[in-house]
Ligand binder design. Structure first.
Ligand code: GDP
Length: 169
């Protein structure tokens, strides 16, 4: 269905401060700089919506947006650093695990993965943790246009199988 209206509802620092579990929600998660804001802006075709999460102090917050008065779009803090070494691990202690474990209205987590590089340790950690906790997960590849060598499809399938293996563990 077409996205007609997007309204910012609130920013929460903890799961228990989030809006009531009264509507289906889709959460968007990924490494910093993976293209989260660009995707949100493209989806809602409104330049200023995702900017909320870029304001200082808001980056660690869970941001709820109500779409078409019927479902929530949830912008989660980016993990890792833009220039993180490949070996960086997921620091769940600094992240809001409670959100994933306590939202029974969570339809799926959209996990954004940069397709122009092999899946990073931290993405695999993230997929693995979500999988072990039975959180529904959908992989979304970004930056497909930056994939090298014209072998896009094969390379994507390879990334996908690596991620899936971790998710299934
Ligand atoms: P965020 O930190 O995850 O919100 O990432 P942004 O949406 O701010 O994007 C980070 C950088 O990647 C920006 O310079 C974007 O222009 C760029 N970017 C985002 N999506 C794509 C994509 O699909 N292809 C390419 N080539 N660049 C992208």
């Amino acid at each position: 269905a077409k996205i007609k209206e997007v309204v910012f509802v609130k920013s929460s620092s903890r799961a228990k401060d989030c809006p009531k579990h009264d509507r289906p929600e889709f959460a968007i998660l990924g490494r910093s700089n993976v293209g989260k804001s660009s995707l949100i802006n493209a989806l809602v075709r409104k330049k200023d919506v995702a900017l909320t999460s870029k304001k200082p102090g808001k980056t660690k917050l869970i941001n709820h947006f109500l779409v078409n008065k019927s479902w929530y779009f949830v912008d989660l803090p980016g993990y890792g650093f833009a220039k993180a070494p490949e070996a960086a691990r997921m620091d769940w202690s600094a992240f809001t695990k409670g959100f994933f474990l306590n939202r029974d209205n969570l339809v799926t987590v959209l996990l954004l993965v940069d397709a122009s590089v092999p899946p990073q340790r931290i993405d695999l950690d993230c997929a693995n943790w979500l999988g072990r906790n039975n959180i529904p997960l959908t992989f979304v590849f970004t930056k497909c246009d930056k994939m090298k060598g014209g072998k896009g499809r094969d390379e994507l399938l390879l990334h996908m199988s690596q991620l899936r293996n971790y998710w299934d563990q």
